[in-house]
Design a protein around this ligand. Structure first.
Ligand SMILES: Cc1cc2nc3c(=O)[nH]c(=O)nc-3n(C[C@H](O)[C@H](O)[C@H](O)COP(=O)(O)O)c2cc1C
Length: 197
């Protein structure tokens, strides 16, 4: 199993970027899913949830996630851009914790392009008649979806972008666990140190 022990910080950074890139294109890769935390300013508690990593731009180190514009996470990010992404690869025993600045993409043209490339099964999630987190009387059924509703679908499709600035990398290792902290700015590695795991 590949280890980060003998790698330079630059190599570690590139390795992590490569793993995240793989996660964005390979549905079976453990980094395809990540755990996004936002600050819920109504409760003061962080809220976490599983999301699909849709894209990474390696040059600017920007991560992309799709969501429903009516969802809580969007409201949180609009009031506080401080966000956190957590990845874990059980086989490689590799945890990556990312502090990031999140925002909703406002470029309508980009949203249209991404929407038109999305699979029908993914598009269907955006035709649910009630906003996520709405209280309902009976458990939801897909038969309630009306995929011709002009007020849903693309209208509630939203793209979130995250710009990481600090990575905390932990690899569990028989010879001694390895933990590195990397500070990045617009895709450039600016500072890196080893930390006690
Ligand atoms: C495997 C899995 C993948 C998910 N992917 C997404 C996703 O890509 N985008 C999303 O908005 N919600 C996704 N969800 C649902 C979220 O975890 C969450 O329940 C939902 O978005 C409501 O979150 P919120 O009320 O905090 O905004 C996924 C859930 C699971 C279990």
């Amino acid at each position: 199993m590949e280890t980060i022990r003998n790698k330079s910080f630059e190599e570690i950074y590139n390795h992590i970027l490569g793993e995240i890139q793989r996660g964005s294109v390979d549905r079976k890769h453990p980094f395809h899913l990540c755990f996004l935390s936002t600050i819920n300013n109504l409760t003061g508690f962080p809220d976490s949830r599983t999301v699909v990593l849709r894209k990474i731009d390696r040059d600017s180190f920007t991560l992309r996630v799709h969501t429903d514009s009516r969802s809580e996470k969007i409201h949180h990010i609009k009031s506080c851009q401080n966000t956190h992404l957590l990845f874990y690869n059980q086989k490689a025993k590799l945890q990556v914790r990312i502090r990031s600045i999140g925002k909703e993409v406002e470029d309508e043209q980009l949203k249209k392009e991404v929407w038109s490339q999305a699979q029908e099964i993914s598009q269907r999630c955006y035709y649910v008649p009630h906003s996520p987190s709405t209280e309902i009387n009976t458990p939801f059924l897909n038969s309630e979806i009306d995929s011709t509703d002009q007020n849903l679908g693309f209208k509630v499709f939203s793209i979130l972008e995250f710009k990481p600035f600090e990575l905390d990398i932990l690899e569990l290792n028989y010879e001694g666990h390895l933990r590195a902290s990397l500070k990045v700015n617009d895709g450039n590695l600016e500072k890196a140190v080893w930390l006690m795991p």
